[in-house]
Design a protein. Sequence first.
Length: 237
Amino acid sequence: MSRVQNYQEKLHWPLYDSILFKYPITEKELSNPLPKRFFTDIQGKTKLDTNMDQASVLPSTNTYEVRSLRLIVAPGFGTVPESNFLVNEPDPFTEETGKEEKAGAYQKGGYNSYYKSCAIDQLDTMMRQLMSSLVYSSVLSLIVGEKTMLQAPSFLFPSGAGVFPMASHGEPTPVATFRLAEPVIIDRQQNFRVELNLPYGWPKAWTDALNWSGGCGFRTDIRIWVILDGYLTRDVQ
């Protein structure tokens, strides 16, 4: 597709990248002292993981104005397993069984099944512990051309996103984000990355999450996104 000469368009276009910690989080990952780097590795990632077309650089003659930096920590694709009971077994519901638990009962494949809400509650509690411990013990750095352009503790970079009222880093609204007073410019073909540094290592809450199953069999991956929010300038085609 041919380009329109001497003309470019400017778009409000978030750039994002993520790191997925697969369940269970390993001791090797937690003991790795190196900072976690975003935007430097896009191999094998989907559009949920990143929207970068190339690692560390923008394609072609594109430039970018970074106006905001956001950090999101969220559960991955964990599943709540069903607790099944044979039809010819005694009814698991008693007079003490809560109404909400009974309301979650249904028939499936010849079994009586019901939903255990404690897994969701404990997952939410765990995510709050993970997020609070991470943002208060880490530092985010935006590095452009090997020069640090922005650096501060992670609690200054709320996500501005999430599912209310589930656990989220800050209020889940786009206006509740850190905004730069002046934009950071990423020039054409200029290397950039974001680093997550943990000067004292991973917090204890993450170590405690090893082999965590939520008491009800809820197993989950953990995904950390970094979003650069701002304006993309690109060629018109």
